[in-house]
Design a protein around this ligand. Structure first.
Ligand code: HEM
Length: 353
């Protein structure tokens, strides 16, 4: 057998592997492609572009693999487009998250935490009941774990291999991929629970829009009066919790379970949606987590222990404080500090100092 006929034979084998099995009668298109390959071999040996053009042209061939959809398509050309689109999307997303972190770090370095509500209060208000806190922490822990593992999966190759080396990173990558895939579904429970508990307090009103226009004052200690949650918190609730997280869950399930007949094209589309939304949501969550920890004194203890001092409430959520004081919010009683368990009271008071 000459090299030429060997090459033509290989081309035929690839065509057969691509689904054009000998048992199936060749379509006119396939016959045309085979003819082109023979011509190509004559003028340019070793160039089998016609075979691959045919393989990538889309129409399914024949295979005995029992996959639910597209089983006859060996190479899906759109996959290359998807690979290319991922690069700018992840780059812009990574820069967005880095920008959020650097800005928050810079803001903290210059201004420190948002002050307010620091005088020695004798009254305390129950801000979150146990079910509110459990709902928040269930969602937050799962959500943050997904965010961190997702970021490692996207940027680990570039950022971590130079630090950890290939062996260690490969262990890490396998671990984070499994964590990401397995805990994703738990978020369904967390986010539903969160929406049920927090929805009643998150309807926007006129004051919230005014609050959003006074953002500089709000971040520098001159807060515009707000209800239980301010306009910024409500934006996080509606965008991150109600909108982005369910779409992230749905797109994640489509990627996690490829056995329900979805095509590669569907998975590629949802992969880009999943990534792009995740970056925006993570950048927003960075701001929220900053304000819920070091950015605002007393906030973290409110979510951890359920109580705030009356001064904290008056300073940060004056309209809510007025309602609590007027007895209009039965689920948030104002009590004397003696009524609050000693360790909680001390921790809450220390947190605002
Ligand atoms: C380690 C991570 C987190 C920390 C330390 C944290 C902290 C807090 C704190 C302190 C509050 C109470 C704020 C207040 O009293 O006004 C709060 C509320 C809230 N958090 Fe988080 N959080 C975290 C993660 C998340 C994540 C990942 C999400 C969303 C996906 C989220 C969504 C919310 C929502 C929606 C509220 C209630 C505000 C509202 O309903 O408008 N949190 N968080």
């Amino acid at each position: 057998m000459t090299i030429l006929s060997w090459r033509v034979g290989l081309a035929a084998a690839v065509l057969a592997f691509a689904g054009h099995a000998a048992a199936q009668p060749a379509t006119p298109r396939q016959q045309d492609s085979a003819r082109q390959q023979v011509q190509q071999e004559l003028v340019q040996p070793f160039n089998n572009a016609p075979v691959w053009r045919d393989v990538r042209s889309g129409p399914p061939g024949f295979t005995q693999v029992g996959a639910p959809s597209e089983q006859g398509v060996l190479i899906q050309s759109r996959g290359e487009t998807w690979r290319q689109v991922r690069v700018p999307v992840s780059l812009i997303g990574g820069l967005l998250i880095a920008l959020a972190m650097v800005s928050l770090g810079g803001f903290y370095a210059i201004r420190g935490p948002i002050p307010g509500g620091e005088s020695g209060s004798k009254m305390m208000i129950q801000r979150f009941r146990a079910a509110d806190r459990y709902a928040h922490w269930t969602m937050a822990i799962v959500w943050v774990t997904l965010a961190v593992t997702g970021l490692i999966l996207t940027f680990g190759k570039t950022l971590l291999i130079p630090v950890l080396g290939h062996d260690l990173y490969s262990w890490l990558a396998v671990a984070v991929k499994n964590i990401h895939n397995f805990i994703g579904p738990i978020l369904i429970v967390g986010v539903l629970w969160m929406i049920i508990r927090y929805l009643p307090y998150n309807w926007f009103n006129k004051e919230d829009f005014v609050w959003l226009t006074k953002i500089v004052g709000n971040l520098t200690g001159h807060e515009y009066p707000s209800g239980k949650f301010n306009g910024g918190e409500k934006l996080v609730f509606w965008f991150v919790v109600v909108l982005f997280t369910p779409v992230l869950i749905a797109s994640g399930l489509i990627l996690n379970f490829p056995n329900f007949g979805q095509t590669r094209a569907t998975m590629q589309t949802f992969s880009i949606i999943h990534m792009a939304l995740a970056y925006v949501a993570i950048a927003m969550a960075c701001v929220h987590i900053y304000l819920g920890t070091i950015g605002q004194k007393g906030a973290y203890r409110a979510m951890r222990d359920g109580y705030v001092t009356a001064e904290w409430a008056k300073h940060h959520h004056e309209l809510w404080y007025n309602d609590v004081k007027a007895g209009k919010v039965p689920e948030s009683p104002m009590v004397s500090e003696a009524a609050v368990p000693e360790p909680v009271r001390r921790a809450v008071q220390l947190a605002v100092k």
